[in-house]
Design a protein around this ligand. Structure first.
Ligand SMILES: [Zn+2]
Length: 56
């Protein structure tokens, strides 16, 4: 199953923990592009997302 988490700086460790717990493998972690940073908020708070955590 495809899983995608957007995360700010504060929640990136939590996002990685949640991903590994659910998927049983380490995710791909990438920086969001500048245009997406402006329009995407963190999955866990209202901050702008900096990272995208997902499987391939
Ligand atoms: Zn956050």
């Amino acid at each position: 199953m495809k899983m995608t988490i957007y995360s700010c700086e504060t929640h990136i460790n939590h996002a990685l923990d949640v991903f590994v717990a659910r998927e049983g493998e380490f995710p791909i972690m990438e920086l969001l592009s500048d245009d997406k940073k402006l329009s995407t908020s963190c999955t866990y708070c209202e901050e702008a997302a900096l990272y995208i955590v997902a499987n391939k």
